[in-house]
Design a protein around this ligand. Sequence first.
Ligand code: 26Q
Length: 802
Amino acid sequence: MLLTKIMIKELLENKITIQFGCSVEDASARQIYEGLIEVVNDVLGENRAKSLKAQKDTKKVYYMSMEFLVGRSLKNNLYNLGIEKDVAEVLKKMGIDLEDIYNLEPDAGLGNGGLGRLASCYLDGLTTLDYPATGFSIRYEYGIFKQEIIDDKQVEFPDNWLKMGAKWLVTREDEYMEVLFDGEVHEEWTENGLKTIHSNYDTVIAVPHDLYISGHKTNNVNTLRLWSAQTENSFDLGLFSKGQYDKAAAKKNITEAISKVLYPADDNIEGKNLRLRQQYFFVSASLQTILRNHMKEFKTLDNLADKVIIHINDTHPALCVPELMRLLMDEYEYNWDDAYSITCKTLAYTNHTIMQEALEKWPVDLFKARLPRIFSIVKEINRRFCEFVYKEHHDKLDKLSSLAIIDGGMVKMANMCVICCFSVNGVSKLHSDILKNKLFKDYNDIFAGKLTNVTNGITHRRWLCQSNPLLSNYLEELLHTNFEEDLEKIEGLNKFADDKNVLDKLFDIKYQNKVRLAKYIAENNGIIVNPSSIFDVQVKRLHEYKRQLLNALNIYYLYRKIKYEHMIIEPRTFIFAAKASAGYVMAKEIIYFINSLAEMVNNDPYVRDFIKVVFIADYKVSLAEIIMPAADISEQISQAGMEASGTGNMKLMINGAVTVGTMDGANIEIYDAVGKDNIFIFGMDAKQVNDLYISDYKSRWYYENIPDLKVLIDGMKNKEVAGRDFSYIADYLITNDRYMSLADFESYRDIQKVVNDTYADKYKWSNMSLKNIANSAIFTSDRSVEDYANGIWHIDPLKNIK
Ligand code: 26Q
């Protein structure tokens, strides 16, 4: 349905009168916001019905993820429906600025970072390309915490996003599911043979809340189904009548804690009871739904693998493996072999990390107590796999304990995924090579061809068209084409690489976007930055391997050079934004150090004319949408081999930032796309890192032998930075420096000098920036989605839906 301005006005007026009993003139901004959501959801609901009809008998993909970092939906939906301008005009006539309405919407922050945002970009691409897809996750009451910087330190506050965000969700009480925890299992002979009986369990009710996912210029609408946990009875009347109201309430609290809060990403993952319950909760409710719908459509599950793909986003939903087995055997009466065959052909898995401490494992005792039936299935999968290796892969016998699912009192989720899924992929070429040749090498020998690569992507519709209208409108004018559905057309920009008019215009657009960000910084940080300075941006989760500390060390170095040796450089504004996991002490200390550097630099009347440092609090999707278009430099400086892919690097590139980076993750593919002259590469590559590691890296040597480094590290200990003691970081650098910041320091400092000199030549810089924009097409998530659809899932787009 195409909405005209008149229709939009009428629909909105109707909604507001009926819902709130007032006229539009008297409506508050919040009422307008809620009315608009209803108007949009009505259109999407109508289209959803068409999608469902078109999906009959097609193969569908279910994307299972503990995280979807959705961000805001209103602008995205209006844009996709092609009515953003009209809505803005209708509201303007009512004296309302649509931007103000947008700003009422909280980010749906149901994720930590890259992995969660990737899931949302993929739903966008899948829907726009007309694939039938459903996302499954948890309707966390509290998303990723809100970050404030108080006295230069991170402080966390709860993010009660439902208050203003719940309006988007369509609750389907009628489609609730029951999920069973705890209890015991035993075997019993029945008329259908030996059956496993699960008794004395606790039941949790899973209630679905659907978020409509729109696609660009299509009637296809997919859903993201988010589950919330409820107790079976709102309270236990038995306990209540015995006067034990407290006990009744406590039980309710424990159950409902399951969907209370998103776990902040943790580099050190311990098997937490509640997290295991979260994982099983959403996996079980989702798989029951998938099977029930499949039965309704096909009356059999024999063809499940031909019609359904269940994709596991990292190991967090790995319980899909034993849960699908359980449902097929215990609920639908399949025998082990048939159930196992269907399960393995239905499930695919993406790995997002090679860090040992981030690979999920669960203590056997915990696993068995919470999920007794699931544990018995995992044990049997493991037993059969070990037997298979013993019989068929004798050469791997010495590796058996590292290959097994259960080992050393732990259940290893990644091993289970690699053994049982028909496809395992990494998220960049380098990362997938490391999976094949190192992390999963033995599995790769056993299951030839199972391991593949799909390089990550980002939706250019949000990250270019919506967030950078100045640039995308200009490009559409210049290239006489729009690239909303086909980013490859952006390559036409290459032929303007030496056209000074075009370069001037690009430079000017960048300047205006920097003014927009400078305004945000002035309002939120109280710091005045110069939009003519170089905007050097490092925005991502705070983690040691991402090496924000290396960036900070270089800034400290520049500060001393400028202050004591009167070095002259191009004015530069260093911009950071990053959340640290609440319990990650070193990450929090690094945030404190960066903010202290900012204090020192920004308050120095001489140095601050050359450099400024800004730490923007509460990094999130809607903030990234302002930062990305304003960046000149994209800092992607992880230790080579550690960043699986990175996706911020792609968002910055498509907006014309030039990468300063190591040969890591997708940086390598950015290098291939733009060529060596349009990127600043420094530091050791993954092989050199490995060689240095093997030869026993001693960071102290660098501290003692590089005088510039010694001065900085001593200064951190001697309270040179804002009068504060940073011995904790300094000692770590001298004695451990696990991610080798000291080994890469000189190389980083030197490349930054090249960056400085290059920026001085405005046309040279703009030319590099242009090449980054023009060659970003392969990083659209539309390409990634097609890679998955054609290479792994083997699914087709819907017909008759446009
Ligand atoms: C696990 C257990 C307990 C608590 C938290 C977690 C947890 C949560 C989130 C562990 C990891 C994550 C998130 C990981 C992540 O975002 N990885 C990133 O994925 C991106 C998309 O593939 C890549 O681009 C990044 O390189 C990778 O770091």
